[in-house]
Design a protein around this ligand. Structure first.
Ligand SMILES: [Zn+2]
Length: 256
């Protein structure tokens, strides 16, 4: 799937998760956490494509679909991720598992697997923690030390990466969930070139669900004890439907 589809589907899913808590998220104390969470999910939504080569959206400042609008932090983060997380992990996996860790054709290897995104997210969180630890010695920056927002970012980043894997599962290249132990992929029937309308339909459904849930929660129509189950179950049910609608599990048509 293309970078833009990943950003839209991931952020729309995160909005569905957050929507049942809308009133408590729109307070001055919650807003930094919400912004950090969205930022983490944004970078996570693009991160697995670091194995795709330099055309991947994460290496470019221009936001896909944003008509030339630039976000210079994206390539900084992309290249940092490539050299400090992906490459060292690839060397480590190569030592442990041998040559078979490389994709035979196309891309989708380590950063497109659950074990890969977990390792990368732990490393990202660790690096940010260390940077914040060093900065906490600068006068007035001491609150950075072990700040909870570091963990908000790390968890949102992992969630964004995981949603990227779900999104790629819908297309005909698929995802090897048991990499590097098994290379069989779970895949759907959507062509990864952006011509299939289904990802756009999924995004619209997610955004409608987010607006409805947000509206209900502002109108106090969601009892407090139902907010957590709604935040968990609505996206899970919607994604099961999306995977089915994408033809998962489909037979292999392309080698990638
Ligand atoms: Zn991908």
């Amino acid at each position: 799937m293309k970078g833009l589809a990943h950003i839209v589907l991931t952020l729309a899913t995160v909005l569905v998760i957050l929507a049942p808590f809308t009133p408590s998220l729109l307070t001055i104390t919650s807003i930094p956490a919400v912004i950090t969470l969205l930022l983490g999910a944004f970078f996570g939504s693009l991160a697995p494509d670091i194995d795709k080569g330099k055309e991947a959206a994460i290496y470019h400042a221009e936001l896909p679909g944003a008509r030339g609008k630039k976000f210079p932090l994206t390539p900084v983060f992309g290249y940092a991720l490539y050299y400090t997380c992906y490459k060292p992990l690839q060397v480590l996996f190569r030592i442990i598992f041998g040559k078979k860790i490389y994709a035979i054709n196309g891309h989708r290897e380590l950063p497109h697997s659950p074990i890969g995104i977990l390792c990368i997210s732990i490393l990202v969180t660790g690096y940010i923690w260390l940077a914040c630890f060093a900065l906490s010695y600068v006068p007035y920056l001491y609150p950075l030390y072990n700040n909870y927002l570091i963990y908000v970012f790390g968890s949102a980043f992992l969630l964004g990466c995981f949603l990227h894997l779900l999104e790629d599962t819908c297309d005909n290249s698929g995802i090897h969930y048991f990499y590097p132990f098994s290379f069989s992929r779970l895949r759907g029937k959507i062509k990864g070139d952006g011509t299939d309308p289904r990802p756009k339909i999924f995004a619209v459904i997610l955004l409608i669900a987010a607006v409805v849930l947000g509206g209900l929660s502002i109108g106090m129509a969601i009892p407090k004890q139902l907010a957590h189950p709604a935040a968990l179950m609505v996206p899970i049910v919607l994604w099961i439907i999306f995977l089915k609608a994408s033809g998962v599990p489909a037979k292999k048509e392309v080698w990638e």
